[in-house]
Structures are given as C-alpha cells and as structure tokens.
Design a protein around this ligand. Structure first.
Ligand code: HEC
Ligand code: HEC
Length: 429
C-alpha cells in the first residue's frame, strides 16, 4: 500500500481525536457517563448521555464507522446499517419501508440518526430501549422483521471481520489485543453514532446571532412553528426539535415523548392499523394505541417520506394533516377519520393556514438542514476512500464510488461488493 492513503487515514483519525477530545468533559462527570455538548451545539443543551462502560474514543468511533458501512455484519453480506441509514439523507433511506437482508420489509420507516446520541429512548415506539448499545441489537439480531439476520450467525460474522486486513488493527486500536467480539462491535457502533452531531444549520446560525441567516419568510415560519395556533414546538421542542429537557429525558415520562397524532382511526374507537399500534405493542395499555415518538425535525427536508410508516410523502402533506387536526383515510382497510380519534393528543387541534403561511412554515423547516453534516467526511463510508485511492483515480464522483441500485437504493461500496462476490453470497430475495 502506498503512503498516501495511510496519511489520509491518519489525518482523519487526528480530526476525530480533536473532535472527541473537545467532546469529553474534563472532570469527573465523564465517569458518571456524560460528555459535553458538541462545539456548535446550542448553549444550554444538556450533555449527551454515555454509558460509563463505553467511553467514546477516536479509535472506537473509527472502528464503528467501518462497521456501520460493512455488509459483512448481515447474514448474507447484502445489508449494512448504512443501507437503511444513508448519510446524504441524514441517515434515513428515502423509502417508506426498507428491505432487510432477505428482502423482507421493515414494519416502520427508517429513522434519522442526526443527534441520535442525545435521545433518551430509541425507535419510534419502544420505551424500553434507552441505550444505543441495546438498540443496535434490534437490526443486528432481530428476526421480526429480519433486518441483518445475525442471530445465531455472530461467530461467522466475527470470523469474516477477523479475516479482513483492516479489522484486527482497528479493533486493537479501539479495545486492545484479542478484542474482536460481538460486544465490541456493538460498543463501537454506538460510539460512532454518538459522534453524529448536527447543529450547523441556518437556524442555528441565526440563533447564534447571524441575523440574515434566515430569510424573512423563514422567520415568519419560525414564529408560526412556535405559536399557540400551530403548537408544533410543544411536541417538537428543544434544541433537537423533539422533547429534549435532559439526557435520558423521556425515558420515564412517556407523556412527553409519545403521542397519538390522529393519523388513523380504524373502526372509529381509536385503533391504528393492527400491523402497528405504536407504544401499545410494548405496554399493552389500551390508551397507548397509536402513540409514537415525536422525532427530531432537524434535517427534515431530506428525510421524506414521513411518519412511523412513511405514509406521508411530503412536508406539505404533513402540514395538511396537522391543519386538518388528523388525517382522513377514505377507503381501504385503514379507513377512518383520524381527526375523531378519541386517543388523539389534545395538542393536535387543527388550524387554518393560508398558502403564504404554509410556505413560511416550509421555509422554516428547510432552514433545519445541515448541509455540512450530510457531507461530513468523518461520517462517510471509509472504504470509499480506500477503493478510490487504490484505483489511483480521484475523479470518480459519488455515483462511481457506489453501486447504487435505483430500486433498492442500497449503498454498498465497491470493496464490499468484491467481498460479496468472492464469498459467492447473493441476496436471497
Ligand atoms: C433494513 C433497514 C435497517 C437496517 C439495516 C438498520 N436500520 Fe436502524 N432503523 C431502521 C428502522 C425501520 C428504524 C425504526 C425502527 C422502529 O421504530 O421499530 C430504525 C431505527 C434506528 C435507530 C433509532 C433512532 C432513534 O432516534 O430512536 C437507531 C439508533 C438505528 N436504527 C441504528 C442502526 C444501526 C446501528 C444499524 C446497524 C447495526 C441499523 N440501524 C440498521 C431501519 C434499519
Ligand atoms: C401532539 C404532539 C405533536 C404536535 C403538536 C406536532 N407533532 Fe409532529 N409529530 C409528532 C409525532 C408523535 C410524530 C410521529 C407520528 C407517527 O409517526 O405516527 C410527528 C411527526 C412529524 C413529522 C414527520 C417526522 C418524520 O421523521 O417522519 C413532521 C415533519 C412533523 N411531525 C412536523 C410537525 C409540525 C410542522 C407541527 C406543527 C404544525 C407538528 N409536527 C406538531 C408529534 C407532534
């Protein structure tokens, strides 16, 4: 291997060291599991929660980055975390539902991972998942739906990693000798995700004092967003546009995190479609039917389609749903008037909105996009650099570096595909 890619890697690593160096509190708080907000984070944002047994280091983040993009972590080598969480879409995938390793679809819409480390609970509606370390087991091992299908196949996956020329060094740097273990895979993935911090938006620049960072139209939209008429901020509040009063915030108090917004009213008595009744699936409480987490609205302009089931295509249609005070599904098995859902949050009241006001709210929502985050090198596929450097070809654009299947939109770097071909593995669709 020539010297230049190693240099490039060192530079990236050095950048990450600086990044996490700045992140870690220089006091005992670190031991009680907190890291300071990222530089650029809004003042007053509570520290990110980090479990004491998984301190963030640059080496762990770099290992986690490799694993996040690596389909070796799926049973048949077809799916990586990044297949459903694509950086340029704020780590969503642009689909309503996403195919896992065997082609089976997820039951829910892939969520953005921007600022995910600040979350107190994970997924659309599971108040038991309070650590990223636990959450990662869902896609890795879950069988209903099957996403990566590693349950019972962990040893084979670890053997694949061990046989790769990069991983022994990456694991050693992160966790010491003989550290290629499933636990460490999970810890590294969590550490990488805690680094996915996104606060460089026009909105944040405006808040920091740059008065012309938001257009007059976006400012009108901001006022509407924070108004008693629209109520958006009551559920999408705080620095992350979801409820963010403190780290681990919404873990115990589900009333602030989960709401029925009247998307459905199947049968008229409050039911959502039987395939997904939200928090009720976990708690068994009839009042929790249709309750889902209010997700972050950061980068919302690039994360369509919307809602837990991806059933709303555009932000304009999202606003129409709220303006009506709940969605009317006119026909089919999901038919019903969500506005009349007896379990609907009292904050979803419906409101009148002129076309100009609607445009203003849209402009405000667009000001929440962090372009730098969507292109940030540290969060990108590490194999991309290696494969283009190895090919001695710096001119290839994104399209050339990725084999993107237009229909499935999967991101699989060339190097990964080579491996799939060598092992003779194919998607079992
Ligand atoms: C097949 C598509 C798919 C794959 C592969 C996948 N995810 Fe996801 N991810 C989803 C979906 C769908 C959800 C929402 C799940 C739910 O609500 O039940 C989700 C939710 C999440 C969340 C919760 C975010 C939040 O704000 O609560 C995290 C974190 C996450 N995924 C990380 C990962 C990691 C790490 C991997 C790889 C180990 C991964 N995902 C692989 C589709 C996928
Ligand atoms: C009662 C609390 C509540 C209020 C008020 C509210 N939302 Fe939401 N919002 C939610 C919940 C919960 C979801 C997810 C619902 C689901 O998927 O079933 C959501 C989803 C969304 C989504 C889709 C997010 C995604 O990642 O798919 C957008 C966009 C959104 N809301 C914008 C707004 C705007 C704009 C307003 C004001 C007009 C608003 N919300 C008012 C709770 C609320």
């Amino acid at each position: 291997m020539s010297a230049s890619p190693r240099w490039a890697n060192l530079l990236v690593l050095a950048g990450i060291v600086v990044f996490f160096g700045a992140l870690v509190w220089d006091d005992p708080l670190f031991d009680t599991a907190a890291v300071a907000p990222q530089p650029g984070a809004p003042p007053g944002l509570p520290p990110m929660y980090v479990p004491p047994d998984n301190p963030p280091t640059a080496a762990a983040a770099e290992l986690g980055r490799h694993l996040f993009y690596d389909p070796r972590l799926s049973v048949n080598g077809t799916i990586a975390c990044a297949s459903c969480h694509r950086q340029e879409l704020a780590f969503t995938d642009g689909r309503r539902l996403s195919p896992g390793a065997t082609g089976e679809l997820t039951t829910r819409n892939a969520m953005s991972l921007a600022n995910v480390g600040y979350n107190g609970v994970f997924t659309w509606a599971d108040n038991r998942l309070t650590r990223l370390e636990e959450q990662a087991l869902v896609p890795l091992l879950g069988e209903h739906p099957l996403e990566m299908g590693l349950a019972g196949n962990e040893a084979a996956a670890l053997a694949r990693l061990a046989a790769d020329e990069r991983y022994p060094d990456l694991f050693r740097a992160a966790y010491g000798e003989d550290s290629i273990s499933f636990d460490n895979v999970v810890r590294a993935l969590a550490t990488f995700q805690r680094g996915l911090v996104s606060f460089a938006t026009p909105y944040d620049r405006y808040r920091a004092g740059e008065r012309d960072a938001l257009s007059p139209v976006a400012l009108r939209g901001q006022a509407l967003f924070f108004s008693d008429r629209l109520n958006c901020f009551r559920c999408h509040g705080g620095a992350n546009f979801r409820f963010t009063p403190g780290h681990r915030n919404d873990e115990d108090d589900t009333s602030v995190a989960y709401h029925n917004t009247g998307l459905y009213n199947v049968g008229g008595a409050g039911d959502y479609p039987a395939r997904d009744q939200g928090l009720y699936v976990v708690t068994g409480e009839p009042a929790d039917r249709g309750k889902f987490k209010a997700p972050t609205l950061r980068n919302i302009a690039v994360t369509a389609p919307y809602m837990h089931d991806g059933s709303i295509a555009t932000l304009r249609d999202v606003l129409a749903h709220y303006a009506r005070g709940g969605r009317l599904v006119e026909a089919g098995e999901d038919a019903g008037d969500g506005r009349l859902n007896p379990l609907k949050s009292e904050l979803v009241t419906g409101f009148e909105l002129t076309e100009a006001e609607l445009e203003a709210v849209l402009a405000f929502l667009h000001s929440l996009t962090d372009e730098a985050f969507l292109a940030e090198e540290r969060f990108s596929d590490p194999l991309r650099d290696l494969s283009s450097a190895a090919a001695g070809d710096d001119t290839r654009g994104d399209a050339g570096e990725h084999q993107a299947d237009a229909e499935h939109g999967d991101i699989v770097a060339d190097g990964h595909l080579d491996w799939v071909a060598r092992e003779g593995l194919a998607a079992q669709e």
